[in-house]
Each structure stands twice: as C-alpha cells, then as structure tokens.
Design a protein around this ligand. Structure first.
Ligand code: NAD
Ligand code: UDP
Length: 321
C-alpha cells in the first residue's frame, strides 16, 4: 500500500478557490508537489499568488468538464462553485462540473490507480428532517428547485464515486463538508459569513433572509483542512462518506448579532425574503469523524470570525496579501 506519509505529486481541482487555496498551501507545507487545476470561475489567481513562485507548485487553467491527461499520485476533487449565488448563476454548468468533472477525475484515478477524494457537501441532506445529520441519513432534496443543480450534482458525484469503487476498485474518499468559512472567501460570493462581515465593516445593513431562525454550523477552514488530511491518509477500507464540520449550531440572527458586536459596527439589520428551498436547520453529527479519523474541530466560532474579520478588513482597505 502507498505510504501516505511520503512525498507525492498531488492534483487539486478547484485549487484557486477558497478551500482549494488553503489545501494547496498545506500540501506544499507537507512537502508535496502540487498541481492546481482551476478554470477561475469563482476562484482567483490572487488566492494562489503567494504560491506561484514556489518550485513545487504549478497552476493549470482548465475546466474539469473536459478530460485531463496528467500523471499524479493522488487527486483532490474540489472544483465546483460552492456559494448559492454562484452555483445558481449557470446551473447547467454547475451540474456538468459536478457530474462530468467527477467522471473525468475518476477516469484519471482509474488509469493512474491513485487515491481520489471528493469534496461533497451537507447539501446532499437537503432540508433535513433528521437533526443533527448522520451519514446514514439519505436526505430530503428537491430535484427540480433552484438549489438542485448543486445538490443533485453532488449527490450524483457521490454515486459515481461509489460505482467506480465497486466496479473498478478505485481508491475513493468522500468528505461531506458543512458550511466552512475563513480568509480568502470571495467578498461578493453571497455566502452568509462573508456577506455579514463585509456589510458590518462597510456599515451597510446586514441582510438576513427570512426571520433568521434557520440554523447553520460553521467550521473554520484550518479545521476542515486538518480533517481532509486525516481522511486522505486513512486506510483504504475507510471511504466515508464522512461529515466534516463544526457541530456548534447558530441561528443566522445570532451570527448577525455576533458579527455586528465583534466588528463594533453601526450596521442595522434588514430582513429580506427567504430564498426557495433554504434548509431550515443544519448541524453535522461528527461521531464517525471522531471515531475513524480522530478528528474534531478546534477553532470556536468567535476565534475563527476574528481571523476572518481581520482578513476582510485588510482586503477592503487594500492591504491584503
Ligand atoms: P470556491 O467557489 O471558492 O472554489 C471552487 C473552485 O472551483 C473555484 O476556484 C472555481 O474557479 C473552481 N471551478 C469551478 N468550476 C470549475 C470547473 N468546471 N473546472 C475547474 N475549476 C472549476 O468554493 P469553496 O468554498 O472553496 O468550495 C470548494 C469545494 O468544497 C467545492 O466542491 C464545494 O462544493 C465544496 N464545499 C464547500 C463548502 C464551504 O462551505 N466552503 C461546503 C460544502 C462543500
Ligand atoms: N443568508 C442570509 N443573509 C445573507 C446570506 C445568507 O440570511 O446575506 C442565509 C441563507 O438564507 C441561509 C444561510 O444564511 O439560510 C447560509 O447561507 P449560505 O449562502 O452561506 O450557505 P448555505 O448553507 O445556504 O448553502
């Protein structure tokens, strides 16, 4: 079996995005060669600017819906817009990215006989009727709504991962990521943490959709990356899907009030209509990650928000690196 402590050449699709750029950075720090593949749809060269000159880092602009012929030892498949505003902008392309992108990357893993990790999502649970959500829950997903391109695309990608494993013995790992936040989120990507922080820093109204009673569980990006590394290094027999997220659960209203207080902002709260199919509650059951990977998040929401606020403060004042 491959030694997952040794140096290897790794492919990160979506590597110029928010999570992908942190992953590339971390994999370089582990001593690996990193090939970052991204079509820059929601990612940006700014996210990886500090890595471009690194001798073990390479960037390739490429759309994963087209085949890719490279030689690597391991694949991390993150390519896919993650913010509802972005994935609903071109829903057909979103489904193609998840489904055709998965087929292309799984085909590559099959040819290279290498391990491949899929960045799946808590959205596979849809608007969940079981709380918190364990991996055994099959979900409650609308297949024809505005979020379906993302939810069903990611569900189909999971299906493909498990079929490639059963049919072709591909060495797979599937992580179901819950709302993750931190530096390098796009300031205009519409996700709640970046929206609230940017609005609070600019003194503009904090936009709460609905009454703000819906809940989310927020994981700081460094914790997620740690979970990723543990999952990729786990024995072949442990494929997941495994929930990676922070079980601390907050209403969106609580988040708004926290951000206003931490920024010391004069922003008011503005209530806007709730988007269609917006999940009412979300909180990961992470007992599997604890038991199988010895992983659990270490960074509390206040601590992570502090770092994220500092990032956006620097970005908005033009000082971010
Ligand atoms: P992001 O939008 O910042 O990053 C996605 C990256 O994929 C971007 O760099 C984008 O340009 C790239 N991309 C999109 N379509 C592509 C294509 N067809 N070909 C090549 N590159 C393409 O989002 P993120 O938050 O960093 O999310 C990364 C992954 O993690 C996604 O797969 C997402 O579904 C998953 N995820 C993230 C969260 C979260 O809260 N951040 C939660 C659940 C799942
Ligand atoms: N949300 C909000 N105001 C915003 C952005 C989002 O109230 O400016 C809400 C959104 O309706 C959802 C939650 O915050 O209930 C999380 O939204 P996000 O887009 O970050 O991710 P989701 O978990 O819905 O994919």
């Amino acid at each position: 079996m491959r030694n997952y402590d040794s140096t290897r050449c790794v492919l990160v699709t979506g590597g110029a995005g928010f999570v992908g750029s942190h992953l590339c950075e971390r994999l370089l720090a582990c001593g690996h060669e990193v090939l970052c593949v991204d079509n820059l749809f929601t990612g940006s060269k700014r996210n990886i600017a500090h890595l471009l000159a690194h001798p073990r880092f390479e960037f390739l602009r490429h759309d994963v819906t087209f085949p890719l012929y490279v030689e690597v030892d391991e694949i991390w498949n993150l390519a896919c817009p993650a913010s509802p505003v972005h994935y609903q902008h071109d829903p057909v392309q979103t489904t193609k990215t998840s489904v055709i992108g998965a087929i292309n990357m799984l085909g590559l893993a099959k040819r290279l006989r290498c391990r491949i990790l899929q960045a799946s999502t808590s959205e596979v649970y849809g608007d969940p009727s079981i709380h918190p959500q364990p991996e055994q829950y099959w979900g409650n997903v609308n297949c024809i709504g505005p979020r379906s391109c993302y939810d069903e695309g990611k569900r189909c990608a999971e299906t493909l991962f498990f079929d490639y494993q059963r049919q072709h013995d591909v060495d797979i790992k599937v992580a179901r990521i819950f709302n993750t936040y931190g530096p390098r989120m796009h300031p205009n990507d519409g996700r709640v943490v970046s929206n609230f922080i940017v609005q609070a820093l600019q003194g503009s109204p904090i936009t709460i959709y609905g009454e703000g009673q819906q809940t989310r569980s927020f994981c700081y990006v460094d914790d997620l990356i740690e979970g990723f590394l543990k999952l990729m290094a786990a024995p072949k027999g442990f494929t997941g899907p495994v929930n990676l997220g922070n079980p601390g659960e907050f209403t969106i209203r609580e988040l708004a009030e926290k951000v206003i207080a931490m920024v010391g902002s004069k922003s008011t709260i503005q209530f806007l209509p709730l988007p269609a199919d917006d999940p009412r509650q979300r909180k990961p059951d992470i007992s599997q990650a604890r038991a199988q990977l010895g992983w659990e998040p270490q960074i509390a929401l206040d601590q992570g928000l502090q770092k994220t606020i500092a990032y956006f403060e620097a970005l908005l004042s033009g000082k971010a690196g």
